[in-house]
Design a protein around this ligand. Structure first.
Ligand code: UGA
Length: 468
């Protein structure tokens, strides 16, 4: 099938490359000429596992790039809209990019097409998109608007796309649903997975994925409700972590005990310095706003956001408690991305903490396996960038772990100990076992677990302090 994907951000680029891998002919449309030129040259603008491989496999063959949306719409049976829906000052989503794309698509509707919302959009967007396309002269019988929300995570976006738990298609006509079913048939029938060059599976999900067919409104809500629920899970466990700190319990043990209940599940229950990124903060706010607009006061979501903000402040207080004064302190920082596996620093809690510490007069040397370049554009020369975790730790008064990169969980602790001026580690992602850290001579603070002092301290000094 010939497919147009509008917008070459995370979602559009990954979806376009994956549709090509499923055997479709894809035109990826963007109005940013420099981005298009880079893509045509084989450059991949984001750090995403398997994406360079897919783009080089299909570029110039089943994956082409264009700035002509009307023409791409004309040539395609399905047009996926994956442009940004950034937050406005009021907290709702700015739908102006979606609107202008809908206007342009209308000029290309000369035989039957499905216009598919792929971006995260508020409920009722499909109704508006239809209205805009009609207002601009398209024949009402020649198109449908559908919703096909994306659940991919940055860092594992390609495998999330190709090995999803479920594929949700929200359609109000059989004609539209038939087009979307055909597009995803290689996944839902399982034939994609039999191919010799299929991308390998990372997570242990069952294949083929479930196909869930709903109304367009329900599909729009499924996306907002899924992200809000996941954010709520994170805020919930962060609140539990705070209770653990107050009473001297261990949140990791609590998570194990709670998450083993299959009704709850243990995923997205990792406590830390709060969620960030381009999705959860924006989507929780937008869902809150859309509910309010339709007469429901979803105050639970306010609390989810409040706990998330508070979590960063609590971590800053933890640093104060560990180091007393901050002016002039030299800190090593591991992680600037909003999570491991990505170079994305949008709404990164790590970056927020670094900026606060700079304001307090700290000197910072930071290391991130992928996000240093992007962070440098924001932080300029206020931070020194290291080439390894050990270099970041060199001569530091303490080491902070702010992003859950896998490589930060496997450091050579002996080497780290030698690099640091004081053997203090403040871990915002609970990557280490406190007992192990103490045995290696570290004073170790983490989230929702008692702080640990090193082994071999004089008798009478408690190994565990009461509060982290
Ligand atoms: C999120 C959703 O997980 C995807 O399903 C969705 O498609 C995507 O948003 C989107 O709407 O486009 P993403 O933002 O890439 O994906 O990242 P997540 O892995 O969900 O992590 C979000 C934040 O939560 C990160 O800052 C991460 O560190 C934090 N987090 C995650 C925790 O603090 N604890 C956890 O247990 C899990």
């Amino acid at each position: 099938m010939r497919i147009a994907v509008v917008g070459s951000g995370y979602v559009g680029l990954v979806a376009g490359a994956c549709f090509a891998d499923l055997g479709h002919d894809v035109i990826l449309v963007d109005n940013d000429q420099s981005k298009l030129a880079a893509l045509r040259n084989g450059e991949v603008p984001i750090h995403e596992k398997f994406l360079p491989e897919l783009i080089s496999r299909h570029r110039g063959k089943r994956l082409n790039f264009s700035d002509d949306l009307k023409e791409a719409a004309k040539l395609s049976s399905a047009i996926f809209v994956a442009v940004g829906t950034p937050p406005t000052e009021r907290g709702d989503a700015d739908m102006s990019y979606v609107e202008s794309v809908a206007r342009e698509i209308s000029g290309g509707v000369d035989d039957y097409k499905v216009v598919v919302e792929k971006s995260t959009v508020p409920v009722y967007t499909s109704g508006w998109v239809r209205k805009i396309i009609l207002r601009n002269g398209a024949d009402p019988d020649l198109f449908d608007v559908a919703s096909n929300p994306e659940f991919l995570r940055e860092g594992t976006a390609v495998t999330d796309f190709l090995f999803p738990d479920r594929i949700v298609i929200g359609c109000d006509t059989d004609r539209a649903s038939a087009v979307l079913r055909e597009i995803y048939a290689p996944l839902t029938s399982g034939t994609y997975y039999e191919g010799a060059d299929a991308i390998p599976q990372l997570d242990n999900v069952s294949i083929p994925p479930a196909l869930i067919v709903t109304s367009t409104k329900s599909a729009e809500l499924i996306k907002h409700a899924s992200n809000a629920f996941l954010a709520m899970k994170i805020s919930f466990i962060n609140a539990v972590a705070s209770v653990c700190e107050a009473v001297g319990a261990d949140v990791n043990q609590v998570v194990h005990g709670v998450g083993t209940d299959s009704r709850i599940g243990n995923r997205f229950l990792n406590p830390g310095i709060g969620y960030g990124g381009s999705c959860f903060p924006k989507d929780v706010m937008a869902f809150r706003a859309v509910a309010r607009e339709h007469g429901y006061d979803f105050r639970l979501l306010d609390e989810v956001m409040r706990i998330n903000e508070d979590q960063r402040q609590r971590f800053l207080r933890k640093i104060h408690n560990a180091l007393w004064t901050l002016r002039g302190k030299r800190l090593g920082v591991l992680g600037l991305a909003f999570k491991g596996g990505t170079d994305d620093i949008r709404e990164s809690p790590a970056l927020f903490i670094v900026q606060e510490l700079l304001r307090e007069g700290c000197t910072i040397r930071a290391y991130d396996p992928a996000a240093s370049k992007r962070a440098h554009e924001i932080l300029n020369s206020s931070v020194t960038f290291a080439n390894s975790p050990y270099e970041a730790a060199q001569g530091a008064d303490a080491l902070l772990i702010l992003t859950e990169w896998e490589e930060f969980a496997n450091l050579d602790l002996e080497r780290l100990r030698q690099e640091l001026r004081y053997q203090i580690v403040i871990d915002g992602r609970n990557l280490y076992d406190p007992e192990v850290m103490a045995a290696h001579g570290f004073t170790y603070y983490s989230v929702g677990r008692p702080a640990c002092l090193p082994d071999g301290l004089p008798p009478g000094v408690l190994r565990h302090s009461k509060k982290a």
